[in-house]
Design a protein around this ligand. Sequence first.
Ligand code: FMN
Length: 212
Amino acid sequence: MHSVINPAIYYWGTPVVLITTENEDGTTNIAPMSSAWWLGDRCVLGLASQSHTPMNLLRTKQCVLNLPSDDMGAYVNAIAKTTGSPVLSPKKQTLGYELCRDKFGRAGLTPQPSDLVRPPRIAECPVQMEVELVLRTHIQDDLRLPGHSNRVNADLWRPMIMSFQHLYGLAPKTIDSKLASIDEEKYRTLTGAALAEAGPAELGLEMDQSGK
Ligand SMILES: Cc1cc2nc3c(=O)[nH]c(=O)nc-3n(C[C@H](O)[C@H](O)[C@H](O)COP(=O)(O)O)c2cc1C
C-alpha cells in the first residue's frame, strides 16, 4: 500500500559536510550542511543565502569540504543551530539559532593547515577536499583500497548520513553491485582535474580539424 504525503523537507539521505571558510577577519567559520552532491569533480552546494558561509565563499572563492564519519555526531550537534553571521536572520531567530564566531572551540575540533587554500581542514574528519574546484583530496590512510593509488575502500568508509534531520551511518552492503565491476579509472576522463593535469590531447579529447 502507498499513500500520498506532502513532506516539508525532502532529505532522503546525503552525506553531512562540514564546510570551513575564511571570515572577513581571517578567522575560520564552520558550517554543517548536507545538501551537497558531486558530478565529476564539481560539487553543488545548497546553502541558505542568509547563512555566513555563502558570503565567505562569494568573497574568497575557497573552502574545504570536510566529511565527518558517522561517529562524529557530537561534534556536529555542538555547532548545529549556530551561525557565524553577526546578524541573525529572522528565519534563524525563529529556528532558535545563536551566533558563534569560534566553532572550532565550541565543537572541540582541530584546525589543520590546508595545502592549497586558505581555510584550514578539520583534522578529525577522515576526508577533506580543498576546493575551488576539488583541488586536492586528503584521506586517512586506513581508508585507502590496498593495491590502488587513488581508490577508497568503500567497505571501510562510514559517512555520516542525514535523513529528515536525523543522523545515521550506512547499513551493511545489501548486495554485490554490478556497477562496481567497472574499473573506477575509466571515469577519470570525465573530470576537469584530469583535464588540467593531462591536457586534452593525452585524454583523446582534442578537437578535430573542424573545431568540434
Ligand atoms: C546536519 C546538518 C545539516 C545541515 N544541512 C544544511 C544544508 O544542506 N543547507 C543549509 O543551508 N543549511 C544546512 N544546515 C544548517 C546550517 O548549518 C546553518 O544554516 C548554519 O547557520 C550555517 O552556518 P553559517 O551561518 O555560519 O554559515 C544543516 C545543519 C546541520 C546540523
